[in-house]
Design a binder for this molecule. Structure first.
Ligand SMILES: NC(=O)c1ccc[n+]([C@@H]2O[C@H](COP(=O)([O-])OP(=O)(O)OC[C@H]3O[C@@H](n4cnc5c(N)ncnc54)[C@H](OP(=O)(O)O)[C@@H]3O)[C@@H](O)[C@H]2O)c1
Length: 247
């Protein structure tokens, strides 16, 4: 199959491209670095033309931090869905996040923006698949919860159920051919984010001290992000994943 991946240079996009290639698909990697811009639509139609499936693993933040994030994300998804419809793409596979519908996130712009992307897809005639993932293992160093200095790493006390991004990539690529259901995926065990960061730093020989700080929202430390009911739990465990990243 011909598979176009938008956001192909990102953390998820790179894993998806590698998985799709291994699965024998003809892969087209797209992002602004290949002249495709979800904010303006530049290059989009030509880039997806001829693809059987498009996988959207983008994270198209507005260049202006003061811009409306929700509208920017929704408009990006709308532009992509319209480009797919106009060029007879058969399916759009979209990467989203578990638990974004929880009321506690009503004032959290990023999750509201991810909800808005799903709503755009639900109103389009284009066949689509939404894969919602829990936080990835790579979240151990994610700047939205982790702040680094030369001597220490401050990590918010989130309780998460992380999944390896390579597992998420397998699920997205499977949706191209065999399993177009919407799905939710998470890792097999829960862990507090500072512990995951501490284990990763130790495995990679980073001597910095990990300091646990309060989560920006209490719910994050109480488990609002754990695997929702019905989610599929896919390995490896954090321990196995960290071992695979040791120096
Ligand atoms: N981090 C997690 O734990 C997690 C969990 C579940 C779901 N997700 C979701 O996974 C998705 C991917 O996240 P990620 O961390 O892999 O993203 P990332 O590493 O920040 O990569 C973002 C990708 O989007 C492209 N991009 C950004 N702006 C664009 C634009 N205007 N037009 C076209 N392409 C653009 C980037 O390439 P260029 O800069 O070259 O354009 C890059 O390829 C996000 O939607 C996120 O919500 C993340």
């Amino acid at each position: 199959m011909k598979v176009a991946i938008i956001g192909a240079t990102g953390t998820a996009g790179r894993a998806i491209a590698a998985t799709a290639q291994r699965a024998g698909h003809e892969v087209r990697g797209l992002s602004r670095s290949t002249g495709v811009d979800l904010h303006t639509g530049a290059g989009l139609g030509e880039a997806v033309r001829g693809a059987d499936t498009v996988i959207d693993a983008s994270n198209a933040f507005p260049a202006d931090p003061g811009a409306d994030l929700v509208a920017t994300f929704a408009d990006s998804t709308r532009r992509l869905a319209e480009a797919c419809e106009e060029t007879d793409v058969q399916r759009l596979v979209h990467l989203s996040i578990c638990n974004i519908e929880q009321p506690v996130f009503d004032g959290f712009d990023y999750y509201v923006a991810k909800r808005a992307q799903e709503e755009v897809l639900q109103s389009t005639p284009l066949p689509y698949t939404i894969i919602r993932s829990a936080q990835w293992m790579e979240f151990a160093l994610n700047p939205s919860a982790v702040t680094m200095t030369e001597t220490e790493v401050r990590v918010e006390d989130w309780l998460i159920q992380p999944i390896a991004v390579t597992e998420v990539a397998e699920v997205l690529v499977r949706a191209v051919t065999t399993d177009p259901r919407d799905r939710q995926v998470a890792g097999p065990v829960t862990i507090r984010l500072p512990e995951l960061t501490r284990e990763l730093l130790a495995a990679t020989g980073d001597p910095r001290r990990v300091v646990t700080v309060d989560a920006s929202m209490t719910a994050l430390s109480q488990g609002v992000l754990l695997a929702p009911s019905g989610a599929e739990l896919l390995g490896p465990t954090p321990e196995e994943w960290v071992r695979g990243h040791s120096n």
